[in-house]
Design a protein. Sequence first.
Length: 280
Amino acid sequence: MPDPDTHLPIVAPHPWLIDQIAFDCIAHERIVSEDTWFYVLAAASFVESLSDLYTHNLLGHMEDDPEASQWLRERWEPEELQHGRALRRYVETVWPAFDWQTAFDGFCADYRPYCKPELLEPTRALEMVARCVVETGTSGLYGLLQQISPEPVLTTLVGHIRSDEVGHYKYFYHFFLRYREIERPSRWQVAHVLRQRLGVIGQEDAYLAVKNAFEVRNPGRKFSPEDFQRFQHTAGHWARTDYPYEMTVKMLLRPLRLPGFINRMALPLLMRQARRVVAP
Ligand SMILES: [Fe+2]
Ligand SMILES: [Fe+2]
């Protein structure tokens, strides 16, 4: 019987465009004084806007796979860059005094050393697992933001981004299945990449993105680990009740291809664990 997972996800026409977002209808009063929202959105706009660098590194890894290369170039990169542009426009519309470009330039200078091609996983199947973890992380983040957004235009925007991220996960998972057949990684190797990637998710990039947004917004003040802890405390508070834990854990478990009953047993345990990690 054919495995339904091996079927290629359908590429629908691009579902939304930045011009369709009603930036002129933003209810400023609902969000303008929310500092944590400012930092979350500015940080997300920086990380998304650096996607050309990640695409470049991944293209080098997948060069002789025409389908993957085409998808990365024509679909993944333009969508990630659109996320960056749309979030930037939202931030600049609500907080016009913020010098986005200067903060982004600072972030690029700080973060580029962490994005070297040699930091990719050694095989394609394992790199696809790592990509699934990243897309699970972004799907979970935007799912959370969509749930708790205080402002309707933002709710629409992060909802669109969330759907794109879930689509990216499905594609990377499809490529994982293809390379799993060829490279046959063990479950242990897959679990190792999952654990390792979960340990670093959102660490350097989130810290450096918030730091650069903070220092440009507060001239003369140095960003400290305590400032980041305060930010994480509020964000963790949001996540405690509204983070999509079940979806996230299911997406993470999928590349392990565990038998159904083990998956069902692992799910509640891992959800408890995920709550401790996301919102300690
Ligand atoms: Fe994105
Ligand atoms: Fe993505």
